[in-house]
Design a protein around this ligand. Sequence first.
Ligand SMILES: Cc1ncc(COP(=O)(O)O)c(C=O)c1O
Length: 431
Amino acid sequence: MTREGTLDWLRRYESRNVTWLPQDEGWPIVWERARGMRVRDAAGKSYLDFTAAFGVAGAGHAPPEVVRAGQLQMETLLHAMGDVHPHAGKARLARQLSRLTFERWECGEGKTVFCNSGFEAVEAAMKSACQLTGRDRIVVFRDAYHGLGYGALVATDRDHFRGRFGAQVGNFAHPIDFPERREEFAESAEALGAALATGQFGGVLTEPIQGRGGMKVPPLGFLALLREQCDRYGAALILDEIYTGFGRTGNWFACDHEAVVPDFLCVGKALTGGFPLSACVGKQQAMDAAWPPSEGEAIHTSTFLGHPVGCAMALAQLELLERDRLPERSASQGDYFRRLLHKTFAPARERVRVRGRGLMIGVECRDPSGGPETRRVGSLVRSLLSEGYIVLPDGEFGNVIGLTPPLVVTREEIEAFTAVLGRLYFEGGDQ
Ligand SMILES: Cc1ncc(COP(=O)(O)O)c(C=O)c1O
């Protein structure tokens, strides 16, 4: 099928709010194949994917080991019965997630609730925190993104997503500012303490680095502050590592940078490398205190819970991340990438801010008066696409170029990309 044919059918048969289909020759491209860093479109043109497709292709697109594991699983058992008659893969993956999280953190074992999309893992974690504490409310952060289900939407702070549903979604979340600078700590700590002191809050939910909010990195010490306040007021700490997890920030999890252990950890995206499977992993005591043993009908479950193909792929993906030491690679490639970006944008340092950790990087563009350069970033993203690089705009104003390539990205690819980005930016002049 040609690109035009695909777009035409989408225009006719898909809800018009899903795929953005401007009357434009270049956007979107139609993906046909993807391997490693490379994506090929329906016209046969090749691209380097600097998004890892929303961070999913952590070990690159379609690693052969992961594909084979999925294929083998499909041939033997395509579907089982989530919370009723299980399959071995679900047990193996729950064991492996425990090993990579609470056991590695030397905090006993972990227990998992499997889910499908990322937002469901967040909802499972919020339910767990409230069940655990017997309290109804959750502290969340401004500009956070936790997904768009009716539950997660309470914690996702962007009017674009929530505005239309404001009258319907619950109001059990209390937002406070996400600190970007150490000076903002005191204020966040005070707001957090004041909220928690009311005794209404069962949990504090945050992304360790705000991804879709614009790759915002809080100063080191932020997670420790949350941990300390949660302990003081008896609330659960929920870390949404759906984006930051599995090596993205140069460690297995972003909370490893501060040696902070959450009560509940949400994971998804790169867990399987390409199958919709997510999980809420909780500290064993917290999970057991939150949920009673099943008496036949689970209180929280779904048809596809712990899907066999997703579990098989996740087991292969985790093995690959570990075998090829991809979290370490993310740290070194990320440092190199940021150094190069800093150097490239040094002449525009008043207007371009490069930030990130590991291979989770944002390039924020501002105009001379400090306003967000949304149009410039939009046109850079399109120009990069026509030059063969896939990137996305991030942040509330879409003025941050989000860079989250597969962790297998090479230095040559980073150099070539940065040279093109720099050329396009400076060619654009003073917009
Ligand atoms: C931090 C974070 N949490 C949750 C989600 C929602 O995941 P999903 O789109 O799989 O529901 C995302 C998606 O980008 C995310 O970045």
